[in-house]
Design a protein around this ligand. Structure first.
Ligand code: GLV
Length: 331
């Protein structure tokens, strides 16, 4: 029997899969485990299931010990894991792609609708009991039909967002280090552009790339910085359901204040759970507390996939969804 530590609460379905074969300990509190407690609890674990709030670095791996075989992240993004440090110790890192694709694309699409149609603003008006009345010119938004969606990062979630946009009558352009599957690109009528061209032509720029730290090949850290924002149309919107640090939040606040772009829909932030105070003051911004994959069904599927990854590796089998080099760049 191996010892498995789950560093924060996950749906029971995933825990039960692990318990059927191994000795499992899970942090079962509402609030996130402290770093200190986490390092103490993972000592001696053969497998650890982590959430995106855990930083898996040398300190974490040292605390776990040499017997650790697998770090199964219950998230598709794995910027919280130092994969090179895992590689150096022959520890396999896994993530949870595919099972959250549609849910996360729904979140991105919801943000796009909320910000372009000013639904967030409208909701805030009613909740704050601000007087209002129907009017021909009251809270007019921007229609999406015939507009261009620029997808940054055309992996699974980017393509799922593009499909939704196509159904809404939008044109789709994308930028990615990789070409989209030609058949999918043809179906969507999606044209590949250089990043700068996409920024200059899109009416909505939606981010779906992984966060790759500064200094690493293909870095996406602050990909949307002051220069990138200056290239966008003053009528354009940016949507981020990927990772906060892909946008330079300070530059975004400046661009929004200056009317350099029309608005932003954000599910993720540079320093979660802190939100830049400048964003809170702006009406043309919709803010969600990192809800990308937050449905009962999807979180259950994520927990099960992470559990099955850990179980496969503990049985000496291949991981189902290891974090591979290609995926590190592509997401
Ligand atoms: C959520 O943000 C995830 O990466 O799964």
């Amino acid at each position: 029997m191996a010892r498995i530590v789950i560093t924060n609460r996950i749906p029971t379905e995933g825990v039960e899969l692990l318990k059927a074969e191994h000795d499992v300990w899970m942090w079962d509190e509402e609030e996130t485990i402290s770093r200190e407690e986490c390092l103490r609890r993972i000592a001696g674990a053969d497998a650890v299931l982590t959430l995106l709030t855990e930083k898996v670095d040398d300190e974490f791996l040292d605390a776990a010990g040499e017997q650790l075989k697998v770090v199964a992240n219950v998230a598709v993004g794995f910027n919280n894991i130092d994969v090179a440090a895992c590689d150096a110790r022959s520890i396999v890192a896994t993530n949870t792609p595919k099972v959250l694709t549609e849910t996360t694309a729904d979140t991105a699409f919801g943000l796009m609708l909320m910000v372009t149609r000013r639904f967030g603003e409208g909701e805030r008006i009613i909740r704050s009991q601000t007087p209002w009345q129907w009017g021909m010119f009251y809270l007019l938004g921007t229609g999406l039909q015939g507009k261009t969606l620029g997808i940054v990062g055309a992996g699974q979630i980017g393509v799922a967002m593009a499909r939704r946009a196509k159904a809404f009558g939008m044109n789709v352009v994308y930028c990615d280090a990789y070409e989209m599957d030609p058949q999918v690109a043809a179906e969507l009528g999606a044209q590949r552009l250089e990043t700068d061209e996409l920024l200059a032509s899109a009416d909505v720029v939606s981010l779906h790339c992984p966060l790759i730290p500064a200094g690493q090949e293909g870095s996406t850290y602050h990909l949307i910085d002051a220069d990138a924002l200056a290239r966008m149309k003053p009528t354009a919107f940016v949507v981020n359901s990927a990772r906060g640090p892909i946008i330079d939040e300070e530059a975004l606040v400046e661009a929004l204040r200056a009317g350099q772009i029309a608005g932003a829909g954000l599910d993720v932030f540079e320093n979660e759970p802190t939100v830049h105070p400048g964003l809170l003051e702006l009406d043309n911004v919709v803010l969600l507390p990192h809800l990308g994959s937050a449905t009962v069904e999807t979180r259950t599927a994520m927990a099960e996939l992470a559990a099955n990854n850990a179980l496969a590796l503990l049985r000496g089998e291949e991981a189902i969804t290891p974090v591979t080099q290609a995926r590190r760049i592509r997401g």
